[in-house]
Design a protein around this ligand. Sequence first.
Ligand code: COS
Length: 387
Amino acid sequence: MMDFELTDEQSLIRETARSFTDNEIVERARQNDRNEHFDTELVSMIADQGYLGAIVPREYGGAGLDYVTYGIVVEEIGRGCSAMRTVISVQTSLVCSALLRWGTEEQKQRYLPKLCSGEWLGCFGLTEPDTGSDAANQRTRARRTDSGWVINGAKMWISLGNHAKLALIFAQTDPEKGHRGLACFLVETDQPGFQPQEIHHKMGLRGSDTASISLDDVEVAEDQLLGEVGDGFKVAMSSLDSGRYSVAAGCVGICQGCVEASVRYAKEREQFGRPIASFQLVQAMLADMAVETDAARMLVWRAGYLKDAGKPNSTETSIAKLYATEAAVKCANTAIQVHGGSGYVDDHPVERYFRDVRVTTLYEGTSQIQKLIIGRALTGINALVPS
Ligand code: COS
């Protein structure tokens, strides 16, 4: 049996997320974007809705949602503001999911309730100035000491890095071991030597907090290891399985927002004595956006279904991430075309969609990386390693 119907509970959660987005997020999103303001008050409101740590079981303070329902919430928030959607994706998918999957009981109890309530923000320190797609090639080093570890290195493009109280920091413990030498550390950011710096003048996501981080002799206790030494790469990849899903769901929201804004505008705007919605070439643009939106949403739902069923889903998640992010880039571009000159200023949401969406085919694995993951699954050949 195949079921495309949302349950009553999912419909209710969608409606709630939709009105929360329209009533609380949309107008602030524009102001925050204009002012490059990371709106911690809005983050608290999102936390109060239960959207941070949505997939975390209730016993740890989460909302206990399944992945399909989480995706529906992320779509709605993504329609309103990609900067706030990024907060949810990072906190829930990159940080909480890693703790859930790899944390000891004590680590889960220490951190998950604070992250779910929004009392603490978390960040995911994988990318470095010289380490992007080649994530295994970490330059940050962790050295054993009598009492634990000391970390030195630098991280780059870290969302929430200036506000986070907990940072997942990936580091190499033994360069000769390659990706099997990596470890992930739970670093509390008030630790001496942990120094974030704000990154400004971004094309989009101006309402999101982005940092470069330097780590100078940062000491971490032994019990702050997440997983075992050597698990670091798998911790990162499993988090990205959740993070890519979340980015994809947010991009479905951008696509949907483009359709809604464009239909509304095309019916209002008159040229040649009639609404531009009555012109075939305009309808073709609306139809193209609607098709992209539906296709992206179905791929996200499939990936979510596989996650909920506990089935392998990395390839399907990459397919959803690749398709939804590229679809959202196209939709944002087309939506501006429908709006004409009005789409070039921020009176309508499409101008911000266009800038905000651009990063989604870059972060959490570029479109090219997703294609290589999909290609490897199809052929069994790893195109990333010289043969
Ligand atoms: N979950 C758990 N483990 C995984 C995994 C996943 N989704 N994917 C791979 N692994 C494991 C593999 O099983 C393998 O384990 P063994 O060491 O036991 O063999 C190990 O990790 C290495 O896997 P793989 O061979 O796939 O590693 P590659 O070096 O080929 O991976 C890619 C290359 C490109 C896939 C990876 O580096 C990547 O995703 N890069 C993009 C990084 C990224 O998204 N950065 C954005 C940062 S967040 S803004």
